[in-house]
Write a protein that binds this ligand. Sequence first.
Ligand code: NAG
Ligand code: NAG
Ligand code: NAG
Ligand code: NAG
Ligand code: NAG
Length: 574
Amino acid sequence: MVLPKSLTISLVFFSVFVLLINNGVEAFHKKFPHLQSISVLSVTAVHRTGYHFQPPKHWINGPMYYNGYYHLFYQYNPKGSVWGNIVWAHSVSKDMINWEGLEHALYPSKPFDKFGCWSGSATVVPGKGPIILYTGIVDEKQSQVQCYAVPEDPKDPLLRKWVKPDKMNPILIADKGVNGSAFRDPTTAWWSKDGHWRILVGSRRKRRGMAYLYRSKDFMNWVLAKHPIHSKAGTGMWECPDFFPVPVNGSHGLDLDHDHDRDHVKYVLKNSLDMTRFDYYTLGTYFQNKDRYVPDNTSEDGWGGLRYDYGNFYASKSFFDPSKNRRILWGWANESDTKEDDVRKGWAGIQAIPRTVWLDSTGKQLLLWPLEELNSLRGEEVSLNNQKLNMGDHIEVKGITAAQADVEVSFSFSSLDKAEAYDPNWVNAQELCAQKGSELQGGIGPFGLLTLASQNLEEFTPVFFRIFKGPNKHVVLLCSDAKSSSINSHLYKPSFAGFVDVDLANNKKLSLRSLIDHSVVESFGEGGKTNILSRVYPTLAVTNQAHLFVFNNGTEPITVENLKAWSMNSADIK
Ligand SMILES: *[C@@H]1O[C@H](CO)[C@@H](O)[C@H](O)[C@H]1NC(C)=O
Ligand SMILES: *[C@@H]1O[C@H](CO)[C@@H](O)[C@H](O)[C@H]1NC(C)=O
Ligand SMILES: *[C@@H]1O[C@H](CO)[C@@H](O)[C@H](O)[C@H]1NC(C)=O
Ligand SMILES: *[C@@H]1O[C@H](CO)[C@@H](O)[C@H](O)[C@H]1NC(C)=O
Ligand SMILES: *[C@@H]1O[C@H](CO)[C@@H](O)[C@H](O)[C@H]1NC(C)=O
């Protein structure tokens, strides 16, 4: 395998931290010194995933990028299964499904990163090769600087060894007015015809979250722009900012490294909001001459805004994949059990299945869909067609390994008359899902899938729609409810949910895809409009004791127009 001749590929990479909330305002890197270096003797297999990326043991969070091979760099604790001792681990793949682990790319070794090598990104600089920018921790107080590393041998397609030159390192220290305790996660750099490279660095000033913009002509000397590219009061620290263009027409991806015509692209700015640990994005316009990004008036900034995923999905990062001309998003999902469980299991954290990202035809939101290479793991297939579901019905989908499966289904109904009234105060989808659940019978819905279910439904994770009649249009709720997922009571079992922006008046149909993998259910509503990842830990519905059902608990009969489900083979992850 040789390096591509044209080195215009942006290497992306990013980070994640275990940040817990203190008083709902302040976040910090919570440490568990008594747990963070307990080595693993045995790895518990029952909830380990079969086709989601996990290292063989210990803590993981944060991924990725590409270069002839796809490279995944991720934050990793080589000594234990809770956060701590963070290094950059490194895996390579040819299809983003099967992976081979290499030696760690970066670990603390210099005065500028003695206390940690946190997140960052990689950029391929023409004539120079790949350069990693990352956040170095210089002291016990977690003071942050940006550092760089280069491959020892840029001709090695696996980029196995990385060096941190003493010259010019650290490459960026917090300017006057920049908070050096909240200054991290440099983005992939992009180059413009004005001769400058640009990067963003996540930060905050008091409670105002922001992404600072820096410019450089030579990639080594960086100058802070007068204004952040964007900021928003009250949102707290912005971690892992991600900034990229999407075409207005078409589902292909675009590289950052072009001066795009404003009429043909929209820009996406994503921030991982430390205070709630979810990834929010806006769509908008990038005014390069002023180095300002302005969200569209249909795209709300902050907590009322759009999310890539309404479940457990954080610190994601995207990259442009030139080999298939697409933009791919990687996100990290932590565990929902306890730190002590993680020590006992011997591992913590998975990567979500990489998702292709493009703009919805409304121009108001993105669509996300599992990358096509995942289909190569599909095995045994079963299907169900024109199956009617009356209120209270649940029908088993037999013949597949329900603990490790991929399901695609479309539902239809003939009338909207029975929809329950929508109370305009219901703005929080998660609260609404918690209140109604799958148990409370409705008009149209709840209907959907019961995943990771035990035979007699002592345990199940329902993924379902519920339709309400709003003042102007119908309101569609998608839930992935962990409430009944396990008879084990000490787990975190959120009723994750999001609204789905869809017009049902002309088309009384809804579609759903769920990727089920032992302790994760990753669902995509209406072709990737609203997506939810849940972590669940059944005790009965495990391995060949797990079942899959379709169900309806609403008075309006529902038809399963078409359902296809596949047993999924395990990926080869070494
Ligand atoms: C700087 O960041 C630290 C860590 O997030 C925070 O505790 C402190 O309040 C911040 N200071 C200002 C002025 O924002
Ligand atoms: C997008 O495509 C549609 C239909 O092909 C066309 O009418 C429209 O002008 C295109 N818009 C842009 C911005 O290219
Ligand atoms: C939002 O912006 C569009 C143009 O970008 C404009 O036509 C529309 O009037 C604006 N709407 C509001 C409510 O400001
Ligand atoms: C995982 O993240 C959630 C918030 O998204 C948090 O409540 C939980 O404590 C985290 N779990 C672990 C094991 O870190
Ligand atoms: C359907 O509704 C009934 C009655 O409320 C409830 O007992 C049952 O658990 C519900 N089914 C599911 C899958 O939640």
